[in-house]
Design a binder for this molecule. Structure first.
Ligand SMILES: Nc1ncnc2c1ncn2[C@@H]1O[C@H](COP(=O)(O)OP(=O)(O)OP(=O)(O)O)[C@@H](O)[C@H]1O
Ligand SMILES: O=C(O)[C@H](O)COP(=O)(O)O
Length: 407
């Protein structure tokens, strides 16, 4: 049983709050999009209003990557969103960080530095071992309790996610609570249940497809995007050199064999695109799979109109639809139709769940709204949608005894 903020006596308590504000970053190393910050405002505002002393912990980017930057601009934006001063300290668990946390008064908030600036935080550990890392040993003495609101990072077994809840009384924040409510009860949603797997994360999508088909969670899996292209090749369709080279360059060539095995095992429940759209003479041109391969240099960039009709018929009978990843290269006006129309059709299904923050922002750009639930998590949501446990959630379940909250 995971405790929530309802179980926490907040006033005067120093709370370490793990959030996921991993965001797109501009060329000047500052925040380019605040959607993920906005998601955590309710949790943070509630803790502050209830008199908590809040130390925010988060990662940004991956070591060596362009988006691996400090959280200073995140703190500035958070201050605007919360409508109160938010301090920032360029340290995570050193003396400077601990002093900033000890100096907090009731209702104060400080953002600590990007947790991944410390190498241990980019490693995966068992919780007991994570509890003996520098970050956890440094922060534990200055924190009274730990709140995890970082659902989007809950598939990572890293110190700030699994080590802190091993040593501190721990609670789920409001984002974590609502994600677990919706995604944790996937088996209880209505049937027929349809999974739509698009986008470019082919191995992850094939893992999900195996899992949901094997467990009987999916009545149908609809494939689109690069995932759909891999399944078409696995089914013996000649998509031409451009699409094949793309799949090879992305390192997904071996996935074709896995997709073929999946088709052998569960082909009756997997739907493949019936046509694709290519770039011909600078415009969109649709080709039925029987008319493939496309011309020289032409690549399958979107699903076509007959695929959309076919998928819409399946969705019309569905009680639940779970979607991840765009149906095509939606960033290009000529190839956004598949994503917009497929996702639009999904909003008519009684329960419609979109996993993946990037997909969600693409949908906002395309003006598609009306889903039952849009998850803040990409990889975490995918893992949850296969009914697999998330390490950070398990760590919350196993957290030490907590003092009872005052009513
Ligand atoms: N047919 C295609 N050919 C090439 N690229 C494609 C095709 N279909 C989709 N894509 C690309 O896939 C990318 C998105 O895939 P990805 O799996 O990363 O989804 P995502 O929305 O970022 O996922 P998440 O929200 O889980 O992070 C887009 O940039 C899109 O252009
Ligand atoms: O953006 C995400 O999916 C989470 O913040 C996790 O980031 P990671 O994939 O770099 O661990």
């Amino acid at each position: 049983m995971i405790a929530t903020l309802d179980d926490l006596d907040v006033e005067g308590t120093t709370v370490g709050v793990r959030v996921d504000v991993n965001s797109p970053i501009d060329d000047d190393d500052t925040l380019a999009d605040d959607a993920r910050l906005r998601a955590h405002v309710d949790t943070l505002a509630e803790l502050l209003e209830r008199g908590g002393r809040v130390a925010v912990l988060a990662h940004q980017g991956r070591p060596g990557g362009d988006e691996f930057v400090s959280l200073e601009s995140h703190a500035e934006r958070l201050s605007e969103l919360l409508g109160q001063p938010v301090d920032y300290v360029d340290a995570t668990f050193t003396d400077a960080a601990r002093e900033a946390v000890r100096d907090l008064e009731d209702g104060d908030c400080v953002v600590l530095e990007n947790t991944r600036f410390y190498s241990e935080e980019y490693m995966e550990f068992e919780p007991e071992r994570a509890a003996r890392t520098h970050l956890v040993e440094g922060l534990e003495p200055v924190l009274d309790v730990y709140v995890n609101d970082a659902f989007a990072a809950a598939h990572r077994s890293q110190p700030s996610l699994v080590g802190l809840p091993t040593v501190l009384p721990s609670y789920a924040g409001r984002v974590m609570e609502s994600e677990l409510d919706v995604l944790g009860s996937i088996e209880e949603t209505g049937e027929p249940r349809v999974y739509v797997l698009g986008g470019a994360k082919v191995s992850d999508s094939i893992d999900v497809a195996w899992s949901v088909l094997e467990k009987g969670l999916a009545d149908h899996v609809l494939t689109a995007g690069v995932v759909g292209n891999v399944f078409l090749i696995a089914d013996g369709v000649d998509l031409g050199d451009a699409s094949s080279d793309f799949i090879y360059d992305q390192g997904y060539w071996d996935e074709i064999d896995r997709a073929a095995d999946l088709l052998d095992a569960y082909g009756d429940r997997i739907a493949l695109p019936r046509d694709v759209a290519v770039d011909r003479d600078g415009g969109r041109h649709e080709l039925g799979v029987n008319a493939l391969p496309p011309g020289d240099g032409e690549s399958a960039m979107d699903i076509g109109g007959s695929t959309l009709e076919y998928y819409r018929r399946i969705l019309a009978d569905a009680e639940t639809v779970i979607l991840n990843g765009p149906a095509g290269v939606f960033e290009d006006d000529r190839f956004e139709t598949g994503t917009r129309r497929l996702y639009d059709a999904a909003t008519d299904v009684p329960t419609s769940i979109v996993g993946g923050g990037d997909t969600a922002s693409a949908l906002r750009q395309l003006g598609v709204e009306g889903f039952s639930h849009v998850s803040t998590g990409g990889g975490a949501a995918l893992r949850m949608l296969t009914a697999e446990p998330l390490p950070a959630v398990t760590a919350l379940e196993n957290a030490p005894e907590r003092p009872a909250a005052d009513d």
